[in-house]
Design a binder for this molecule. Structure first.
Ligand code: IYR
Length: 237
């Protein structure tokens, strides 16, 4: 360390490297296909709803893996890719997650959530019973890496824009799963530290969101909600 710039950088740092530009050659979208592709994607996304009633029908593990690969294409601060996706299918682990989540949620609904929060949730029909955590065939538990930690050397370095990066990745994950015809729920039991222990994650990772994935139950219902129209979410300057 000190004034010599060659010693300012730690060789153990995974983000250490020099700028090495390579040509950018994405697939070209013909202009006459662009609109149809966008409309198809919009239609698929308009069908995405937060689902709380799942069928126990299994899902193809390859579908989950492709969705995670897609999530991993998200932009991230300093390209640190600060995410881990834990795929839970073991019924005992799902039961443990459900028991711990319901324990926290029972206390939240009874004592911890202020009235204005409970008011905001009324039209969603939620409560502390979380059957989706054992019915859904897969739970994807997303962890955000607040910093890099090398378990062998103990070397750590900060990650940047972690919440933004992981949030974008989760959006891509949900979109990919919906394109595959699956339903999801972005569930954030609060507090959700218990997920670190159950999933055996290291201390540089914090639970970000718990996502049951599967087919909706045949009799699944969703709240009757609208989405804001374009002229309420877009402003021209
Ligand atoms: N975590 C609780 C409460 C909850 C909070 C929000 I913000 C929601 O959009 C939905 C539910 C639960 O999962 O029931």
């Amino acid at each position: 360390m000190g004034d010599d710039p060659t010693t300012r950088f730690d060789p153990r740092d995974p983000l250490l490297g020099t700028y090495r530009p390579v040509p950018y050659r994405p697939h070209v979208v013909p202009a006459d296909e662009a609109e149809a592709r966008q409309r198809d994607f919009l239609t698929a996304m308009q069908d995405r709803r937060s689902v709380r009633a799942f069928s126990t029908e299994p899902v193809d593990p390859a579908v989950i893996d492709r969705a995670i690969l897609t999530a991993g294409t998200a932009p991230s601060g300093a390209h640190a890719e600060p995410w881990t996706f834990v795929v839970v299918t073991d019924p005992d682990v799902k039961s443990a997650i459900r028991a711990a989540a319901e324990e926290e949620e029972r206390r939240s609904y009874a004592d911890r959530m202020p009235d204005d929060w409970l008011t905001a949730l009324q039209r969603l029909g939620t409560d502390e019973v979380k059957t989706h955590l054992t019915d859904a065939p897969v739970l994807v538990v997303v962890f955000a890496q607040a910093h890099f930690l090398d378990p062998d050397t103990g070397f750590t370095r900060k990650h940047y824009y972690v919440t933004e990066s992981v949030g974008i990745a989760v959006g891509l994950l949900l979109a990919s799963l919906r394109l595959a015809g699956l339903a999801t729920l972005t569930h954030t039991p609060s507090p959700m530290r218990f997920l670190s222990e159950i999933c055996g994650r290291p201390r540089n990772e914090r639970p970000f969101v718990l996502i049951p994935v599967g087919h909706p139950a045949a009799d699944a219902t969703v709240p009757d909600l609208d989405r804001k129209p374009l002229d309420r979410i877009r402003v021209h300057v």
